[in-house]
Ligand binder design. Sequence first.
Ligand code: QAP
Ligand code: CO
Length: 168
Amino acid sequence: MAILQILEFPDPRLRQIAAPVTVFDEKLEVLIEDMFATMYEAQGIGLAATQVDVHKRLLVIDVSENKDSPQALINPSFEIIDQELVDYDEGCLSVPGFYEIVSRPAEIKVAAQDRTGEAVEFFADGLLSTCIQHEIDHLDGKLFVDYISLLKRQRIRHKLEKEHKKSA
Ligand code: QAP
Ligand code: CO
């Protein structure tokens, strides 16, 4: 298992649109395992392939308390079930150290494939719903900071750019 490097805002590679996964092979299995290892090591609850510079439509999540419910979603999409918006204080492994309130639809129905290519469907609400919507956004080149004010986004960008210069 390998720990992958996580791209950080405002890296332009986070803006790429990911392409569907068409091959379900050993290479995909390895990528999924590396993404879980990377997410757990960084103490995250979700990670999209885009964040590790792989522009394919897959994500891993584990919103459980005990970190014992890994879920890999391949080619995920969702339908809004409950339009009511819920607020979460969102963070992102690609925007380390920053959290902002984002409103998203409360309940969704998720359609995806598992790691074998088998179709899966389920309803999600609460943190799971928010997290899946946040991660699918990554596959479309979107970040949670796109939902906040330009002023706040620019402040975050400048602070992270300063950090990146220090460690470069
Ligand atoms: C997306 O984000 C999410 O800044 C997943 O220093 C987060 O796992 C959806 C993290 C919250 C809904 C609510 C962030 C870890 C992890 C940081 C994450 C940090 C260390 C973020
Ligand atoms: Co994120």
